[in-house]
Design a protein around this ligand. Structure first.
Ligand code: THU
Length: 133
């Protein structure tokens, strides 16, 4: 298994957090992940005057993943403005699931967890393929 440099990953998440555009919540978030070919991809939250269309940091991270060569995520961390680890929201767990390598790990508020632990019995691409003719 790939060796995970959690310190570097966390530093990338903190750096991403400093670029957040969060004038409405004043809650900047930065997310960073290691890809299966060793890149670090990251993202920050981007809010909007139309509050409901704001983007979580994970949205930018997944965009960054595809824009920089694709692949799958093997490790993930997400921090707030106090540089504390936070959990990805429910929608973002689904986003991460789609982009995850098997056994992807997340640094969470309760330690290292796999994607399957933070999104049990997930709905995913295989469920669509199962009914495709
Ligand atoms: N936020 C994220 O960027 N990721 C999460 O997983 C949790 C929430 C953002 C959305 C919003 O801009 C701010 O945090 C407050 O909810």
């Amino acid at each position: 298994m790939t060796q995970i440099d959690w310190t570097a990953l966390r530093a990338a998440a903190v750096d991403a957090m400093t670029k957040a555009y969060a004038p409405y919540s004043n809650y900047p978030v930065g997310a960073a992940a290691l890809t299966d070919d060793g890149r670090i991809v990251s993202g920050c939250n981007v809010e909007n005057a139309s509050y409901g269309v704001g983007l979580c940091a994970e949205c930018a991270l997944v965009g960054n993943l595809h824009m920089t060569g694709g692949g799958k995520l093997v490790a993930f961390v997400c921090v707030n403005g106090a540089e504390a680890t936070i959990m990805p929201c429910g929608r973002c767990r689904q986003l991460l699931y789609e982009a995850s390598a098997p056994e992807m790990v997340l640094e969470t508020v309760s330690g290292i967890r796999t994607i399957d632990e933070v999104l049990p019995d997930a709905f995913g691409p295989r469920d669509l393929e199962a009914v495709r003719a």
